[in-house]
Design a protein around this ligand. Structure first.
Ligand SMILES: [Zn+2]
Ligand SMILES: [Zn+2]
Length: 432
């Protein structure tokens, strides 16, 4: 399930609030009813959708606060103004709300538009924020905000993981598929113990180059490097989803896969430590239960994870234990936790001595070798076993990236040879 879908009004470009009543979803304009009907469309199809804090309109929204429906009756004019009951609020405004500091919230938001204390506008704003602060019923982490990406280093990984488990254990709500309290606790306990994989820059480049084109691969115990894990790339590996990390944990007949986007340093410096402590670096953007032997290809939102697994499995990469800063290992010792298990996944050093002088291959008949790298599709094989070879079991042969490491990448899963390879050296074209 994709957790990043935002809806915006096609008329005014404002990102809308989402209201669920059983199976029905209703979208409303933020803050206050607009003079036009709401026209909900995927915000991805709107040019520069306006997605800012509903109280200050200045910063990216972080939390969705829920209140009762706020309405004001202007007695003299006899006009009833209906506000919203969902409020997308930035991190600084949320700090004021959490501190019940209405004065600071009003002063900040009125200050941005230049409203003086004592003016009608200021008083009205103060009243509205009173309604939000005292009428709030809970808050949910927004996973739709388009944060700039963070750089994740191998040294950071234990802390990145610990902040994620902290987020799972906190009192605030998470988006629906991740919000079940029991499942949140179970997932946090699983993540406490999992091995962490950090993919180095060179290997990440390779994953990016090959992922879009990766043929379907079966998700099985044999493919996974461990039953559970958290895997992070130094920067995002996929376009719109901005996938930065994935966790996988065993569930009923399969795995729970959660993809995350990273949160870069988007706030003022004074706020970042609190944000890192409370939310951390990873924001869930995709949650899915993947049954054993499900086939996932490069077009899947978590495709880069599968490509990474495949390339590890075909031994293109090796994983080596990371040396962590002393401070990190000591902190774990103090809290009597086992040392974090962090591995760096990197391209395997080549077994031949590339770069050194090699004699020319003898001329004459040589087998035509491919001039690029390409995927060979996976398939199933029935293997006989048991008494008299009477039983059969299915063996999955996973997709395989073929060709020498220094060859250019061919962005097509199938290679077709046109013409006579002996005469013209084999003209290859992309399979359409
Ligand atoms: Zn509108
Ligand atoms: Zn704000």
């Amino acid at each position: 399930m994709n957790l990043t879908t935002r809806m915006a009004c096609a008329t005014c470009r404002r990102v809308l609030t989402e209201h669920r009543h059983r199976d029905q979803v209703e979208y409303r304009h933020p803050v206050v009813e607009a003079p036009h009907e709401v026209v909900p469309v995927d915000a991805g199809h709107v040019r520069r959708p306006f997605d800012r804090c509903h109280t200050c309109t200045d910063d990216l929204p972080v939390w969705n606060y829920r209140t009762g429906l706020i309405q004001f009756l202007a007695l003299e004019a006899g006009i009833l103004r209906t506000y919203n009951d969902h409020w997308h609020v930035c991190y600084r405004c949320a700090q004021h709300i959490e501190a019940n500091d209405i004065d600071a919230l009003t002063a900040r938001c009125a200050g941005i538009v230049g409203w003086q204390a004592g003016s009608d506008e200021y008083t009205q704003l103060d009243l509205l924020y009173r309604g939000i602060v005292f009428g709030r019923e809970g808050r949910t982490l927004l996973t739709t905000t388009t944060w700039p990406a963070a750089r994740i280093t191998v040294e950071m990984l234990p802390k990145v993981r610990d902040r994620l488990t902290g987020l799972l254990r906190c009192a605030a709500d998470l988006p629906e598929p991740l919000n079940n309290p029991g499942q949140r606790q179970t997932l946090a306990s699983q993540l406490d113990l999992i091995p962490m994989y950090w993919i180095n820059e060179e290997f990440t480049r390779r994953v990016k180059a090959h992922s879009a084109d990766q043929p379907p691969a079966r998700i099985t115990d044999e493919l996974l490097p461990a039953q559970a894990g958290l895997l992070a790339w130094p920067g995002p590996v996929s376009g719109t989803g901005q996938l930065a990390a994935v966790s996988w944990t065993p569930g009923s007949d399969g795995w729970q896969l959660i993809g995350y986007r990273s949160i870069g340093s988007a706030l003022d410096d004074d706020l970042m430590p609190a944000l890192r402590h409370e939310i951390g670096w990873l924001l869930p953007i995709h949650a899915e239960h993947v049954p054993n032997r499900a086939a996932l290809d490069g077009s899947h939102p978590l495709g880069p994870l599968v490509t990474t697994w495949l390339l590890i499995k075909q031994q293109m990469a090796e994983s080596v234990p990371a040396t962590l800063p002393k401070g990190t290992t000591k902190a774990y010792q103090r809290s009597q936790r086992p040392a974090p298990d962090v591995r760096i996944v990197q391209i395997k050093p080549r077994s031949d001595t590339s770069g050194t002088w090699k004699p020319e291959a003898p001329t004459g008949r040589t087998r035509a070798k491919p001039d690029h790298r390409y995927w060979v599709s996976g398939h199933e094989r029935q293997q006989a076993h048991g008494p008299g070879w009477s039983l059969h079991k299915t063996i999955d042969i996973e997709p395989f990236l073929k060709g020498d490491e220094d060859l250019p990448i061919k962005l097509s899963s199938t290679v077709r040879v046109l013409g006579n390879p002996k005469r013209d050296g084999g003209t290859r074209s992309r399979e359409q």
